[in-house]
Ligand binder design. Sequence first.
Ligand SMILES: Nc1nc2c(ncn2[C@@H]2O[C@H](COP(=O)(O)OP(=O)(O)OP(=O)(O)O)[C@@H](O)[C@H]2O)c(=O)[nH]1
Ligand SMILES: [Mg+2]
Length: 422
Amino acid sequence: MFIDKANIIIRAGNGGNGIVSFHREKYISRGGPDGGDGGKGGSVIFEVNPGENTLLPFRYRHHFYAENGQDGKSSKMYGKNGQDLIIKIPPGTIIRDKNTGKIMFDIGRDKRYVAAKGGKGGWGNSHFATPTRQIPRFAKSGGKGEEKELTLELKMLADVGLVGMPNVGKSTLLSVMSAARPKIANYPFTTLSPVLGMVSLGEGKGFVIADIPGLVEGASEGVGLGHDFLRHIDRCRLLVHLIDASGTEGRNPLHDIAIIERELARYDDTLSSRVKIIVANKSDLGVPEEIKEELEAYCQGKDLLLLYLSAATHQGVDALLTAIANLLQDLPPMIEYEPEYEEEELLQEDRSINIIKQNNIYVVEGEWLLRVMSNVNFDDRESLAYFQKVLRKTGVIEALEYAGIQNGDTVSIYDFEFDFIE
Ligand SMILES: Nc1nc2c(ncn2[C@@H]2O[C@H](COP(=O)(O)OP(=O)(O)OP(=O)(O)O)[C@@H](O)[C@H]2O)c(=O)[nH]1
Ligand SMILES: [Mg+2]
């Protein structure tokens, strides 16, 4: 079965908790704090499986969870990191946020994407000892792993897309041009799912061509096999529009061209304006004079290249190959999709914080704070002022006041400490 869309839920591992522990040894009383840090949670990572061309496995499995990090141990021992979870997807898969539909990443031919980051391990109490605070009785809990609902969508990587009405000979042409062996038969809708073929021409001039199921009037509204398959020619640099020029089935090729053009435009404006070659197939059966005239007038008017060909006798196939290779040389590369998310937007997640109060020390934790802090230079006044502004704007100061902080108390945010002054 061919599956090219799937919804899944991924969850990265939580970070392990840091622990509170004190060194204990015979004859040594009151050993120092030695609580170790929790391990990092595993991330969920997408990688390409070059041999795969369907999302079928995701029909049977929807949940993908990476491992949690383990809690820290005494004697300053770290908890084990959770293992990353690698999900293999076919080349050309696009990863979207299921709820907004926005593109998060296009895996392309061989890229890699960390889609959900594992939570950080919490710090054990051994981190919190200072000259004035020798017995820290608190540790930090591990950060939560990110969780996301995603839609995977396969858009095959093909340079050239074959489009046309059913039964015009698209699959036959693909089988002549490449080593692909799609099913061919004299009835409509023989091809039920897209097929890719590699055309090798030497000197690095080869290209990939995609044969998709035949389109009919109303395809964009779901008639026939629907326009869903058009997504597989979405990235194509060039379209080869095949028609049955013999008119043997009582069809009018020009009428057919108009239908396909309309369906392409309904799917996406950029598809109808994509560079195109009109290929008049089945010319071995003879092309009626009036069809010839109409076709030539149409293609001239639209400045389209028109080639007569017979996929059955192979006549004209070489000319088509040369024409495609020449056009591809000057056409932009295959479309790769940019993420539709701004990094900032992605970070607009959980802004919650946790305040632990120990005597006059207020320990603030919150995963997002770590990210903010990684951009702050604490030796630089301006940078520091920025950080304080962030604390005020995001409500951290307010939360501290609510928790009862007084002038002169200490605020501890990860490894940064300062005295609170109203
Ligand atoms: N005479 C003649 N017949 C052809 C030619 N090309 C294809 N055919 C025949 O046309 C019929 C349909 O061919 P397919 O290649 O399956 O057509 P298709 O466009 O892939 O059809 P769908 O997958 O159903 O959309 C088959 O019987 C082919 O043998 C040709 O150049 N000349
Ligand atoms: Mg076919």
